[in-house]
Design a protein around this ligand. Structure first.
Ligand code: SF4
Length: 129
C-alpha cells in the first residue's frame, strides 16, 4: 500500500507544503512544490536525506575556548552522530581563520569540516584541550 508523506520545502521562505506518495523506496508522485528545487528536495528527503552540520571545536591557546565549524556540504543524515563524535574528538591550535580545514575528508565522505569563525592567539596562559 502506498505511503503518503508530508514535507515542507526548506529551500526558501515560501515553505511549500508538499505531499510525496511512496511505494517502498519508489517515489510515485510529488505534489505541492512551486519550483524544481522543491521537487529535488522532496526526492532527496525521501531517498537520501542530507544536512549541513554546524557545531564548535575546542581551541588550544586561543582567545576563546572554541571555534564555530560546519561541514562544507550537506552530509547524509544517518552520519550526523558519527560526525559529531569526530567533531567532539577534535582540538585545534590557535590562530584559526574562517575557512581553515578542521577535519579533512570527514569519515571518507570527501567533505571537509571548516572553521566559520576567527580565533586569534590568546595573550594569556596556554590552555590544554
Ligand atoms: S518549492 Fe520552490 S518556491 Fe516552494 S519553498 Fe521550495 S524553493 Fe521555495
Amino acid at each position: 500500500m502506498p505511503e503518503k508523506r508530508k514535507l515542507v520545502c526548506i529551500n526558501c521562505p515560501i515553505g511549500c507544503l508538499m505531499e510525496v506518495t511512496l511505494d517502498g523506496d519508489t517515489i510515485n508522485s510529488v505534489k505541492g512544490y512551486k519550483c524544481k528545487r522543491g521537487l529535488e528536495y522532496a526526492r532527496a528527503e525521501c531517498t537520501n536525506p542530507v544536512r549541513i552540520v554546524t557545531s564548535t571545536v575546542k581551541v588550544r591557546n586561543g582567545c576563546l575556548p572554541v571555534v564555530p565549524v560546519k561541514t562544507e556540504k550537506p552530509i547524509p543524515k544517518r552520519m550526523i552522530l558519527d560526525c559529531m563524535k569526530e567533531i567532539n574528538r577534535c582540538c585545534v591550535k590557535a590562530p584559526v581563520k574562517i575557512g581553515d580545514i578542521i577535519v579533512e575528508n570527514l569519515l571518507g565522505t570527501g567533505i571537509n569540516i571548516v572553521a566559520t569563525g576567527n580565533i586569534p592567539v590568546s595573550d594569556k596562559e596556554q590552555t590544554a584541550c
